[in-house]
Write a protein that binds this ligand. Structure first.
Ligand code: SAH
Length: 468
């Protein structure tokens, strides 16, 4: 795998002083996963290009493997893309072979370290997990002009299929230390197969190399989650420290609160059980056209799509940010047309009458009502039960009685800072009974999660069925 860095700064050969590598020589370094070579393909006063070539040894990698215990050796461990693509190995090589340049020190040209110079960096094979637009979206906000070229697979074998790799060139007038920090963090973000264990020190590395730019990056959540391999606890810790740097966007705060709630509830993997219970209720009633009101980041929609029974799933949310994440999670931009036409995501509020919600068999409102101000609940009731009027309506909400069982939740606190209320079982059942009677539905209640003899289950679900 290869990274080239060029400059037209005058004199361009100063690049050698910034990289601490003499343009006249080729140097090689032994690393734990292979060898790195640094050499220059051109170097004169007007233009200088340094290349970092990594020779990854896939067989050596398997031999020296310190991966999860008990993992069998498969062909894929020997035959894979590691030697050919820019991956987290390249980040490690940047940190080890170009460490002074990465940290921004230069003995011979200390003043140049902090001088923006014209730089062009090229990665001829970069994994593009998330698609071409995502790649551009990572680098453009940092001020780079980005060229991304998708790579075709062999058209004889895979007609019309792009490989999950791109060739990328980024250009900017910037400090070399910044460019290397951006590459250090963002290359592993694009690569699914992060080779090393992700532990606490990865949070430190992310924050150190993300200093000064990650907190303000529009994709900082996605970058953090992916860099830390979606280890929620680590990502949350990192984001909290990043958010402390820049606490402005209310949507960001909402996401942070969602993560806090996820941590509180993690012990019982409640979210999965909730999705399972709601999916089961929707399947059972025979619905084919389903509304997910307050769909958030699209987790339920993703679960429902697995069942052919559901021909159309419409997700509605007030948060544009949540809808964007949902579109990303569901890969809306790349789905084959038949799959894509099963999903609609719309912006709207379930407290306003909306003709787009008519004509559906069922609706789910999962962990949403507790976000509504109690006076707005009545508006939601009319919109859903009177105007949209699907035959089946599934509503879930926390059971506040269970909160004493969450070890990490201080007494008397709600699970989520944006919850306007959390109800006891009696409060929920009284409300649901009243709504059912008013709009001519029947209602039954289902506990979700471990059903504690004293305090009940963590989530409560009501399934309403229209009376004819
Ligand atoms: N149902 C999802 C999300 C729950 S979080 C899940 O279980 O994962 C609550 C969601 O309700 C948020 O995405 C929030 O934006 C949305 N929401 C809050 N008030 C709303 C309203 N009045 N209309 C529509 N969506 C609303």
């Amino acid at each position: 795998m290869l990274l080239t860095i060029s400059t037209t700064h005058h004199p361009a050969t100063d690049l050698g002083f910034l990289l601490h590598k003499n343009p006249a020589r080729t140097q090689s370094f032994d690393l734990s996963f292979g060898r790195a070579h640094v050499f220059y393909t051109e170097s004169d006063e007007t233009r200088c290009t340094a290349a970092l070539l990594l020779d990854v040894d896939p067989v050596g990698l398997v031999r020296g493997r310190r991966g999860p215990p008990g993992e069998g050796r498969t062909l894929e461990q020997y035959v894979n893309d590691r030697p050919y693509v820019a991956s987290s190995f390249l980040s490690v090589a940047i940190a080890q072979v170009l460490s002074s340049a990465l940290s921004g020190t230069s003995r011979e040209r200390p003043e140049l370290v902090n001088t923006p110079i014209p730089i062009i960096a090229s990665l001829p094979v970069l994994p593009a997990r998330g698609g071409v637009e995502f790649v551009a979206g990572l680098f453009q906000p940092l001020g780079y002009e980005v060229t991304v070229q998708p790579m075709p697979l062999d058209p004889k074998i895979f007609p019309d299929t792009a490989a999950p790799y791109v060739a990328m060139t980024i250009t900017a007038t910037c400090r070399l230390t910044d460019l290397l920090s951006h590459l250090y963090v963002l290359i592993p973000v694009l690569d699914n197969d992060k080779h090393y264990w992700v532990g606490e020190d990865e949070v430190e590395k992310l924050l150190r190399h993300g200093e000064g730019w990650l907190a303000a990056h529009p994709l900082r959540e996605e970058i953090t989650f992916r860099y830390l391999k979606r280890r929620r606890n680590l990502a949350r810790a990192a984001l909290e420290r990043l958010v402390a740097e820049d606490e402005a966007d209310p949507d960001d705060a909402a996401e942070k609160h969602d993560r806090e709630e996820a941590v509180v509830e993690e012990r019982v993997r409640l979210n999965d059980q909730r999705l399972g219970a709601v999916t089961a209720a929707l399947r059972q009633c025979g619905a084919t056209r389903v509304l997910d009101l307050g769909c958030g980041e699209g987790r339920l929609i993703q679960a429902l799509l697995k069942h052919r029974q559901f021909e159309l799933i419409l997700g509605l949310d007030v948060s544009h940010r949540a809808l964007d994440i949902a579109a990303d999670r569901l890969h809306l931009d790349r789905l084959p047309p038949l799959q894509k036409q099963r999903i609609q995501l719309i912006h709207g509020a379930l407290t306003y009458r909306d003709s787009r919600l008519a004509g559906f068999d069922a609706a789910s409102i999962v962990e949403v009502i507790e976000h509504l101000d109690p006076p707005r609940l009545a508006a939601m009731e009319r919109c859903v039960f009177e105007f949209a009027r699907p035959k089946t309506i599934v509503i879930t909400t926390p059971n506040v009685e269970f909160n004493v069982r969450f070890e990490t939740l201080p007494a008397g606190k709600l699970r989520h800072r944006d919850h306007r209320f959390e109800w006891t079982r009696t409060e929920f059942q009284t409300w649901a009974g009243r709504v059912a009677a008013r709009f001519n539905y029947t209602v039954r209640f289902v506990p979700i999660g471990p059903d504690d003899a004293e305090v009940g289950s963590p989530t409560q679900m009501a399934v309403f069925q229209v009376c004819n």
